[in-house]
Design a protein around this ligand. Structure first.
Ligand code: FES
Length: 165
C-alpha cells in the first residue's frame, strides 16, 4: 500500500480540468466529432457517504468516468468492471484529466496517457494509474481512499482492485 502527497495544487487543477473537459467534450459531441470508443462525457460525482477512509458511491448505471474532487477519486465503469483511481498522476502527482482525444486519461504536466482501466500508454510516467482498494456492498461500491496499489510493486493486487458488475 502507498500514500500520495498532492503537493498542494491538485484541487485547483481538478476544478480547472472539470470545466475544461466538460466544455471540450460537449463541443466534440455537438459537432459529431466525439472519438470512437470514448466513454460518455466525464462528470462530477458526490459520494453517498464517507466514514473514515471508506467512501461509498452508487454503482454507476452505465459506462463512464466520474470525478470526485473532494475525495480525490476517479470512478470508472467500463466493460463490466468498476475501478477507483487516485486522482493524482503516479509520476509527480499532478491531477489527471480525461483525455480530450478520447480513450482514457491524460496528465498535462509531462503528457502521460492512460487507458480507462488505468494502464499506462505513453509519456514520462513509469507505471499504470494507482488503483484504490474497492469492494462491492449491495448497490454500492466502497472505496478506501487511504489504500491503493501500485502496478509496478504490487501487480497482482493492482490487477485485482476492481469490482465486476
Ligand atoms: S506528473 Fe504526470 S506524467 Fe509527470
Amino acid at each position: 500500500m502507498s500514500s500520495h502527497d498532492c503537493a498542494g495544487d491538485c484541487p485547483v487543477a481538478r476544478r480547472t480540468f472539470l470545466k475544461d473537459v466538460s466544455i471540450f467534450t460537449a463541443a466534440l459531441v455537438a459537432a459529431g466529432l466525439a472519438p470512437r470508443g470514448a466513454l460518455a462525457a466525464p462528470s462530477p460525482i458526490r459520494a453517498l457517504s464517507r466514514v473514515a477512509a471508506d467512501v461509498r458511491y452508487p454503482i454507476p448505471a452505465k459506462d463512464g468516468v466520474q470525478f470526485d474532487d473532494k475525495n480525490e477519486v476517479i470512478l470508472v465503469r467500463n466493460a463490466g468492471h468498476v475501478y477507483a483511481f487516485a486522482l493524482s498522476c503516479p509520476h509527480q502527482n499532478t491531477a489527471l484529466k480525461a483525455d480530450p482525444a478520447g480513450g482514457g486519461f491524460w496528465c498535462s504536466k509531462h503528457e502521460s496517457r492512460y487507458k480507462f482501466d488505468g494502464q499506462f500508454i505513453s509519456g514520462r510516467a513509469t507505471r499504470n494509474m494507482d488503483r484504490l482498494v474497492i469492494r462491492r456492498d449491495g448497490a454500492s461500491v466502497v472505496v478506501n481512499v487511504d489504500k491503493w496499489y501500485e502496478s509496478d510493486s504490487e501487480p497482482t493486487q493492482w490487477a485485482g482492485a476492481q469490482v465486476t458488475v
